[in-house]
Design a protein around this ligand. Structure first.
Ligand code: ZN
Length: 89
């Protein structure tokens, strides 16, 4: 009996987690879409960013991997923070 209840709870938790994941994903997509519409002159750039948002890039100074959309780009090299852009010069 207890095992059945635990199984049902587990399945419910899994369903809840999947629902949350989908909700979060669609919300993020919607927010990105909304911000792209609010800023039409950067439209082409933001779709490019949208495609690369999951890509990880390596910091040229400390070799830490960071999401490309959060990385700082200086002379075609990626950096994890502003400090490392100045330290590597
Ligand atoms: Zn770094």
């Amino acid at each position: 009996m207890l095992i059945r209840i635990l199984m049902i709870l587990g399945i419910l938790a899994l369903l809840f987690w999947v629902a949350l994941w989908f909700l979060r994903r669609s919300l993020v997509k919607w927010l990105k879409h909304a911000s792209a519409q609010a800023n039409p002159q950067a439209g082409g750039q933001s779709t490019n960013k949208l495609n690369n948002s999951e890509t990880l890039v390596k910091c040229a100074y400390c070799s830490t991997f960071i999401p490309q959309n959060r990385a700082m780009v200086v002379k075609d090299e990626y950096y994890c923070c502003e400090e490392h852009t100045t330290l590597s010069q």
